[in-house]
Design a protein around this ligand. Structure first.
Ligand code: ZN
Length: 610
């Protein structure tokens, strides 16, 4: 309902008053203390009260973020410079009445977390995520926007998907949705670019890296990025038609940023506390993931996220596809580009397989159900504990596991049809056309590419709306890959994390349903004292104690719970962690057809080419 009212307001105000573009002016006189001074001006807006807002959410990050908390010293004037009073109907809103058709609001923003969702300002850069930074007025979503920056230093350049003008520090946006989607980095960054032809058009890809490394690092990274981008174009068949012909990777690789990656229509934020050299270019993983989003998220877009509502949390049923399938393709593109080995890739897919196989969360909700939990888990903060360790599986992990299963199933059961075929189909019907999709549209696309309604219905009923476990062992066998126990025969008390305070071994996370510790009645906050006659004062002592037992053995565990010393019988299970290895690595014979399957999938047929 709210959304509808906003829409009507915006149409009527734009038509009735033909208002001027919204003007933002940004300066950083107190950058050393992480402040910006920002003003926003609405002109020719008639006499209705102006409702100024700070966003409560940011595209691509699903929790509520109260960005208004970092806004202060708000000062409002009319077109003649006369001070105006405002009222506060909510913590996120400033209502201004009695103006002369022009309103300028000026405020101070505090910003000290440079990443995908927040802003960070200091003497080295102004890293601005727009919803965290800019106040906006309800009802003017369709007005064009001008923004003018006063940089701290003339050495500062600007990396952004905003539309450039003749002035290097002035940019425009066609409307509020685009402006909010356009994070902006001002700093003395290293810059590279390359051109790609696609559909008879030339697109420029820019790489802006704010870092403390050397220029040669950026050159090496650039070549890796080019290879990964080429592989992704092969998956989708073409580049997205980037607005304004340009896509910008905006990277901050500095110890004082907050590690992150965030997709946008024509750019991405890549942040890591490690330098390229220190991380041995592992930042390529996030780069690959975020560039897949240029197709899958930014244009192939789930219907509930479009248009984005900055006043509340935005929920989708399809994050298993948005984030999960993207998480599957990020490392796959890197493997096909030759920037990781088959062994690396096998290790990576072990993680989602282990999670969906064992995490109790799968009995609580489907991958669709997990998607609806995003507002509670994606950079969400709360002080009351949750049972997510038992009830939740990340839609990144769950979706990656489903993407893997679907790709292997299509390759095994259909000639010439792979997950790439499905992605291209969805790209044609929903990406290029930018018609937001529903879960049923994805099912229909699977019918379209396979020609088998029954197969598509069964797959969705089993793994998307259902909670079944794919048969990874037989699926991976098609590629001559073995799913096996990594530590078979070892005893385990189940997943547990300790914090050692002096000699006290405190359990810091919820114990996991069906695990030996859970069954013995231990939980978060308990202090483990001993197992049989072995005292537990360190992680080594814990591992050493467990190592003395075999699966099925029992021991007496002594612990303090809520101030009471207790004992329980701990029955050890077998360490059930799974690993994926090539048949060659397991000294098993691998057939020609398995190698051909592997080559078509991973771009290389022999583990010896690692
Ligand atoms: Zn993502």
């Amino acid at each position: 309902m709210k959304k509808l009212i906003a829409l009507i307001l915006s149409t009527s105000s734009a038509v009735a008053y033909a208002a001027e573009p919204v003007q933002y002016d940004v300066s950083f006189n107190n950058a050393v203390h992480h402040e910006a001074r920002i003003s926003v001006t609405y002109s020719d807006i008639g006499d209705a009260p102006l409702q100024l807002r700070m966003s409560r959410s940011s595209p691509g990050r699903y929790a509520i973020h109260e960005f208004a908390k970092n806004v202060y010293q708000v000062w409002v004037v009319d077109g003649a410079g006369n001070p105006l009073t405002f009222t506060r109907p909510s913590p996120y809103q400033w209502d201004v009445a009695g103006h002369d058709g022009t309103v300028t609001a000026t405020y101070t923003l505090y910003a000290d977390r440079a990443g995908g969702t927040y802003s960070g300002i200091d003497l080295t850069h102004a890293h601005l995520n727009m919803p965290a930074t800019f106040m906006w007025a309800r009802g003017f979503d369709d007005l064009p926007i001008n923004v003018s920056f006063s940089p701290v230093s003339e050495a500062w350049k600007v990396a952004t998907q905003l539309v450039p003008t003749e002035d290097a520090y002035v940019f425009t946006a066609p409307n509020l949705q685009y402006f909010m989607d356009s994070p902006t980095e001002l700093s003395n960054f290293s810059e590279r670019s390359w051109d790609i032809e696609s559909n008879d058009k030339t697109y420029t890809l820019r790489l802006a890296v704010h870092h403390d490394g050397i220029e040669e690092d950026v050159d090496v990274y650039l070549e890796k990025a080019k290879k990964v981008v080429d592989q992704q174009i092969q998956i989708f068949g073409e580049l997205p038609d980037f607005d304004y012909g340009t896509y910008t990777f905006i990277a901050d690789y500095l110890p004082y940023v907050s590690g992150d990656g965030m997709e946008h229509r024509n750019s991405t934020i890549l942040a890591s506390t490690q330098s390229l050299h220190q991380a041995e270019f592992q930042q390529l993983g996030t780069l690959s993931h975020e560039f897949v989003h240029a197709w899958n998220a930014e244009r192939i877009r789930p219907h509930r996220l479009e248009p984005f509502n900055f006043e509340q949390a935005n929920m989708s049923l399809n994050l298993w596809f948005v984030e999960g399938f993207t998480s599957y393709y990020g490392p796959l593109a890197i493997r096909r580009a030759g920037e990781s080995s088959v062994k690396d890739f096998a290790e990576l897919i072990s993680n989602p397989i282990n999670t969906v196989t064992y995490a109790p969360g799968r009995s609580f909700a489907s991958s669709q159900g997990m998607s609806t939990q995003a507002p509670f888990v994606d950079a969400a903060t709360s002080i009351d504990p949750t049972n997510f360790a038992n009830t939740f599986i990340s839609y990144y992990t769950y979706g990656a596991a489903i993407g893997l299963a679907l790709d292997l199933t299509l390759r095994a059961e259909f000639a010439e049809i792979t997950l790439d075929t499905l992605m291209r189909q969805v790209w044609e019907t929903h990406g290029k056309t930018e018609v937001p999709y529903t879960t049923d549209d994805l099912r229909a696309a699977l019918v379209q590419v396979t020609g088998k309604e029954r197969f598509a219905n069964d797959f969705f009923a089993s793994y998307i709306t259902g909670q079944e476990l794919p048969d990874y062992k037989s699926l991976l066998a098609n590629a001559g890959m073995l799913l096996r126990l990594a530590n078979g025969g070892d005893a385990s008390a189940g997943p547990v994390s300790f914090e050692f305070e002096g000699k006290a071994a405190l359990i810091t996370q919820n114990t996991i349903i069906n695990s030996p510790l859970y069954a013995a009645g231990l939980d978060r906050g308990d202090q483990v004292l001993s197992i049989d006659r072995l005292n537990i004062h360190s992680a080594d002592q814990w591992d050493n104690a467990i190592g003395r037992y075999s699966p099925g053995d029992t021991a007496t565990i002594r612990f303090i719970q809520r101030g009471i010393e207790r004992t329980a019988v701990l029955t050890f299970a077998e360490d059930n962690e799974l690993e994926v290895v090539t048949y060659e690595a397991a000294d098993m014979a691998v057939s020609k057809s398995q190698l051909a399957f592997r080559k078509s999938w991973l771009g290389v047929d022999s583990a010896s080419e690692d």
